[in-house]
Design a protein around this ligand. Structure first.
Ligand SMILES: [Zn+2]
Length: 300
């Protein structure tokens, strides 16, 4: 009889809430289903790759300079042109735009780092070629708060002189701005990149709202930069200008293109090639950057 009861209990145990009975005395972790109830993980993983447009360029991210405080705003400076794309060439001193922009970007970086209120990264710190998407792509990947692309213009006539600050717009502010954007955007064609492949209606609708806010902040900074730099350098027009520059198309990074002057003009060419001129440009940018972020922090 005793044996029979024991057998009965053993038989009934799984059906009579054995799991609950065991739970009373086992540590809670034992309630987890045993591994043998789980599906076996596949020995080999499979994935499906769906190509979406061109693969993203994988340029190395530049180092971030300045204070090691990640809460400080990050400014990405982009020295225009480089490598096999020299940009404009000065008929006066033979200086190439790609060298002038790099020297200016370094001077601006030094001024910002010395100020200690912003972190800085350069899209290029040597003579290398980057397509336009890689330039703003670096700023986006670093989650930059501001992107400044530095250039120097050239014109057919000696008379054209003075700096201009440009922000993004599909409609150019004037014919000269439209021509300049077409010329600057050619930097990509040099490398065989098809610009037309990037503008799809769907993506432009999705980006529209973010981009509008970004464009407002960009325009605010452009006005501020022109105001702050006007004491130390000459500007071509009294207002900032706009056109469809590919390099300014990051939807979420406020961006300006700073044409620092005409290297086809003797005075501008000398100014931009001199250490004193670079220092003045750098000071103007640093002052504008400082005020810009102070305002952004103060804004509700
Ligand atoms: Zn340029």
């Amino acid at each position: 009889m005793g044996l029979l009861l024991l057998l009965l209990a053993a038989t009934l145990e799984p059906a009579s809430g054995g799991e609950i009975a065991r739970a009373a005395w086992r540590p809670p972790i034992e309630l987890q289903p045993s591994a043998r109830f789980r599906a076996r993980s596949p020995g080999k993983r499979y994935s499906v790759t769906v190509p979406i447009g061109r693969p993203k360029p994988a340029v190395a991210l530049p180092k971030i300079e300045g204070p090691a405080n990640p809460r400080l705003p990050l400014v990405v400076l982009d020295a225009g042109h480089g490598g096999h794309d020299p940009g404009a060439t000065s008929p006066h001193n033979g200086k190439r735009e790609k060298d002038i922009t790099l020297a200016l970007a370094r001077a601006i970086r030094d001024e910002l780092v010395a100020g200690g209120r912003a972190r800085v990264a350069l899209t290029r710190s040597d003579d290398r070629y980057l397509v336009l998407e890689e330039r703003y792509g670096i700023a986006r990947r670093l989650k930059a708060d501001l992107f400044i692309s530095v250039h120097a213009d050239a014109a057919e006539t000696e008379q054209a002189s003075g700096a201009s600050i440009y922000t993004l717009s599909e409609v150019a502010s004037d014919r000269e701005a439209a021509r300049l954007a077409a010329r600057e955007n050619k930097a990509n064609i040099i490398n065989g990149v098809d610009l037309g492949a990037h503008s799809s209606d769907v993506s432009s609708i999705l980006l529209d709202l973010t981009q509008r806010e970004t464009m407002t902040v960009s325009a605010d900074f452009a006005r501020l930069l022109q105001r702050e730099a006007s004491d130390d350098m000459k500007f071509r027009t009294s207002a900032h200008r706009f056109a469809s520059f590919v390099v300014l198309k990051a939807p979420d990074t406020p961006s300006v293109l700073f044409e620092t002057g005409f290297i086809s003009n003797k005075g501008d060419a000398e100014f931009l090639a001199s250490a004193e001129g670079r220092k003045k440009v750098a000071r103007g940018v640093a002052d504008a950057v400082r005020i810009h972020f102070a305002r952004r922090i103060a804004a509700p």
